[in-house]
Design a binder for this molecule. Structure first.
Ligand SMILES: NC(=O)c1ccc[n+]([C@@H]2O[C@H](COP(=O)([O-])OP(=O)(O)OC[C@H]3O[C@@H](n4cnc5c(N)ncnc54)[C@H](OP(=O)(O)O)[C@@H]3O)[C@@H](O)[C@H]2O)c1
Length: 241
């Protein structure tokens, strides 16, 4: 399928994987709308991308999401890459349940609320692509919340593929990607962390956001894929280190 003159909405499209995905959709001749919470980030992304439209909103807020989709009207492809920072690292039982709930409230319920609000406006020939993460398929110690919420998202994607057909519903599951989500770390620790991560991967490097963006464009284009999780993780699952 050509994406020329299609309309794509990318919630979380102002940074990292979402921003790279917005640029790649634009290169296909698609009209792109990006959204995230911070007006500053939205303005910066629109300036950087050039021809996209941008909106400030919180994907956890159902009424804001309804208003947003009513404003923009019918479109073809929904991509959701938004998520708050993961703060729940620690062996099970060492963190308060409120920390785990907050992370579900953002990444799981935010994606859920976005799809629910978007649904009346997505064309039947269109697609929905959500974002999980490689920990769902390859858990590591101390990441029970992230493992559980990405697994829940992948289950949701399979269920939505059943309920919403012929709209196609899939997920991209990234491995470690060099994005601003790690900007809270000092530069030196980030380099060390990426080097360590790279050594555990078959492909020996941490992903650039552009390497993940291709998966979202593929899932929007391919008319015969639904209910699937596309792993883009440099061989993390097979390497098993
Ligand atoms: N980077 C990795 O290594 C990695 C690995 C596995 C999975 N992932 C997943 O990939 C996705 C994208 O991650 P990324 O690394 O590209 O992150 P990022 O660079 O931090 O981008 C996250 C985006 O989400 C937006 N956002 C956050 N909370 C929001 C909210 N409540 N409402 C609306 N927008 C919100 C942010 O903008 P505002 O601040 O303006 O809201 C930003 O545009 C996430 O689901 C993440 O869990 C990433």
């Amino acid at each position: 399928m050509s994406l020329q003159n299609h309309r794509a909405v990318i919630v979380g499209g102002t940074s990292g994987i979402g921003l790279a995905t917005a640029k790649l959709f634009l290169s296909q001749g698609t009209q792109v709308i990006v959204a995230s919470r911070s007006q500053e980030r939205v303005d910066a992304a629109v300036k950087e991308i050039g021809t996209a439209q941008g909106y400030a909103l919180d994907f956890q807020n159902e009424s804001q999401m309804q208003q947003f989709f009513e404003t923009i009207g019918d479109f073809d492809h929904l991509v959701v890459t938004a998520a708050g920072d993961a703060t729940s690292h620690g062996l099970f039982g060492t963190l308060g349940i409120d920390v785990a709930r907050a992370e579900f409230d953002s990444k799981f319920w935010g994606q859920y609320a976005t799809v629910k609000a978007a649904l009346p406006f997505i064309r039947e020939s269109g697609s929905i692509t959500l974002t999980s993460g490689a920990f769902a398929a390859r858990p590591v110690k101390g990441a029970s919340t992230v493992v559980a919420l990405n697994s829940a998202l992948e289950g949701l994607v399979r269920a939505l593929a059943m309920d919403l057909a012929p709209i196609r519903v899939n997920a991209v599951s990234p491995g470690v990607v060099d994005t601003p989500v790690f900007s809270g770390m000092d530069a030196e620790s980030r380099v060390v962390m990426f080097q360590k991560a790279a050594q555990t991967l078959l492909l020996q490097h941490v992903a650039k956001p552009e390497e993940i963006a291709e998966a979202y464009v593929y899932l929007a284009k391919n008319t015969y894929t639904t209910g699937s999780v596309l792993q883009v993780e440099g061989g993390a699952i097979l390497s098993g280190i």
